[in-house]
Design a protein around this ligand. Structure first.
Ligand SMILES: [Zn+2]
Length: 154
């Protein structure tokens, strides 16, 4: 969103909330160049799901991102694109049926892992390894251990 004061494209959303009639999202934005703040209203056809990222930034939920992540994890695995589409739809539906319009990116990650775990062990480990990369090694090892116990591997 272009800054109305200096024209910079480098703006940051500092607050995001529904308007009173629930038909728009009111965003407070701050220009990264001149530091001035302004408000934008986003009208929507369906209420968006707001994802809170690990760094605290908010963005609209994008099912395409989830789909791409799952596709990558399922590469060369016996999982059809259709299976992935269904899983993404189920995740989106579950998100829409929550009480809150906000969800943390971590919760979405957990939901994806849950789906992959049921679909394909290898895809699950791949996704988990990438997803946990920014957490800690211990968590990842625990996940692997849990898997190995479950499937009786070493
Ligand atoms: Zn500006």
């Amino acid at each position: 969103m272009k800054c109305p004061y200096c024209g910079s494209l480098e703006t940051r959303v500092v607050d995001s909330r529904y308007s009173e009639d629930m038909e728009a999202i009111r965003r407070r934005r701050e220009c990264q160049s001149c530091g001035k703040r302004f408000t934008t209203y986003e009208r929507v056809e369906i209420a968006p799901i707001i994802v809170i990222k690990k760094n605290g930034e908010k963005e609209e939920f994008d099912p395409e991102k989830v789909r791409k992540g799952m596709l990558k994890a399922c590469e060369k695995r016996p999982i059809s694109d259709e299976d992935i589409d269904i899983a993404v739809q189920e995740i989106e539906r579950a998100l829409r049926n929550r009480d809150s319009i906000e969800v943390s990116s971590m919760e979405i990650g957990e939901m994806v892992m849950e789906k992959l775990r049921a679909m394909d062990k290898v895809a699950y480990i791949r996704f988990a390894s990438v997803y946990r990369e920014f957490e800690d090694v211990e968590t990842f090892e625990k996940e692997i251990k849990k898997l190995m116990e479950k499937y009786g591997g070493r």
